[in-house]
Design a protein around this ligand. Structure first.
Ligand code: NDP
Length: 273
């Protein structure tokens, strides 16, 4: 049986095993998929052992995405652009390939929600790993403008600089309400700390808002956006499923039916409320 896992710390609440097992069942693939708590200190030993024991692929979450990128002998363009990886694949030639499917997951989810970015004014909040993994794919959608705002300006300016060869990304300096956006994507983890991104809430007026977090963690942001005139507000459950589908594709060369799993997980989420 082929062996896969998701690694990170914390990892207990990861939905990746549920998603990958559902995809595998659909596609008639026999696999084992587990959660493994791995810290930065134990990363090399655990990953070496996993692949030596026949493991075929890993999903990688916080705080290991940069380590995963540096671990691999081969990297895809999108992982190279992000400087971080959320997927590792063990190849037949014993090499490991790193990919980053976060941006693909975000854009596929927006498409599934009927949100087009083409020609739109897009604001991305945050400049951490998830934002870094998304900018290349967002630029590929050819928005009219792509702006970034982040609590720490220097991190955002570095991100803008790193992507400069792929397209124009602007720094939204003072997060002023004078700017107008069609789509606002929250890629910060502010809600986890009981905080909000430091933007003027007037920016939400008429915009479609999206939080990469999902479930209860996304609610402070989506509620805030809707209370201030957002046209719609979505959480990141679909992104999680779509980025998993892109990893599944890399490992098995089969595109799973994400719509079925989206329905299954959103029903489970509303029942758990
Ligand atoms: P990182 O830790 O790499 O980055 C965190 C970002 O949030 C930074 O930009 C940081 O700003 C900002 N931030 C943190 N606290 C605050 C605060 N109190 N106020 C304002 N900004 C703050 O995390 P990731 O980029 O990996 O993840 C971001 C979020 O996206 C997470 O919540 C994660 O769960 C979610 N995610 C969802 C995915 C999905 O599939 N749905 C996939 C990947 C991530 P600063 O630079 O100033 O520190």
């Amino acid at each position: 049986m082929m062996r896969f896992a998701v690694i990170g710390d914390p990892i207990e609440h990861s939905l990746s095993p549920t998603i990958h097992k559902a995809f595998a069942e659909q596609c008639g693939i026999d696999l084992a998929y587990e959660r493994m708590r791995v810290t930065p200190d134990s990363f090399d030993d655990e990953v070496n052992e996993f692949f030596s024991a026949g493991g075929r692929g890993l999903n990688v979450t916080q705080p290991l995405k940069t380590l995963a990128f540096n671990y691999a002998e081969l990297v895809t363009d999108r992982a190279m652009n992000a400087g971080a990886a959320n997927t590792l694949k063990f190849l037949d030639n014993d090499m490991v390939c790193a990919d980053n499917t976060d941006g693909e997951g975000l854009v596929q989810d927006l498409h599934a929600l009927g949100v087009s970015l083409n020609g739109k004014r897009v604001l991305l909040l945050g400049a951490g790993g998830a934002a870094r993994g998304s900018v290349g794919t967002l630029l590929g959608e050819q928005p009219a403008t792509l702006c970034i705002h982040n609590r720490t300006e220097a991190t955002a300016l570095q991100l803008i600089d790193d992507y400069a060869r792929l397209g124009k990304v602007d720094w939204l300096g003072s997060a002023t309400s004078e700017a107008e956006f069609d789509v606002i994507i929250n890629a910060t983890s502010a809600s986890l700390h009981g905080a909000r991104p430091d933007i003027d809430h007037a920016l939400f007026t008429g915009a479609v808002c999206y939080d990469m977090m999902y479930g209860d963690n996304a609610r402070p942001f989506t509620k805030w956006a809707l209370a201030n005139g957002a046209k719609a507000a979505h959480d990141g459950l679909g992104m999680l499923i779509e980025q998993a589908a892109a990893s599944f594709m890399l490992w098995h060369n089969i595109q799973p039916d994400t719509a079925r799993v989206r329905k299954q997980l959103s029903q489970a989420q509303s029942h758990s409320r």
